[in-house]
Write a protein that binds this ligand. Sequence first.
Ligand SMILES: [Zn+2]
Length: 156
Amino acid sequence: MSAPSCSKGRNDVALVVTLDEERASHFKLREFENPDGLVMVHRSMLESLERVRRDLCAMMRENVWVFVTDGVRTQADLKRLATRLGWEDEGGVVARRSKHLAEFGGIAVDLVATIARTRERIPQQILGMACRRYFDWVKDDYADGHVHADNRDRAK
Ligand SMILES: [Zn+2]
């Protein structure tokens, strides 16, 4: 997703949440934007994400990078994705009522994680397990190794 050079500062804003009275800020707004730079982030999603990262760092006893591979989507984004990956009700992986849609309030995120020092990918099942502690709903069997997580219940 390449942003035009004129929009260098676009969504280049650090997001901050408080976890157990400690400030956590490891994500930027731009990581959650769609290809057009539109973005929506639900606070509960960001909190869950920071908790997942904190747990992974504790588990690995070193710094772990959590990468957001997809955040909010418009209907047009969804259609483009379905052209590539297929709709769920037709045997693909894209849900027609995807929780990534803006109407749900920025509650969904796709992510991968790597150990910072070695660039080694954290296995999908381990990332999925960490996400299940802090997100309402997690899917961790995608062929490309990413994990989907959303807060469909707590954001209601
Ligand atoms: Zn997803």
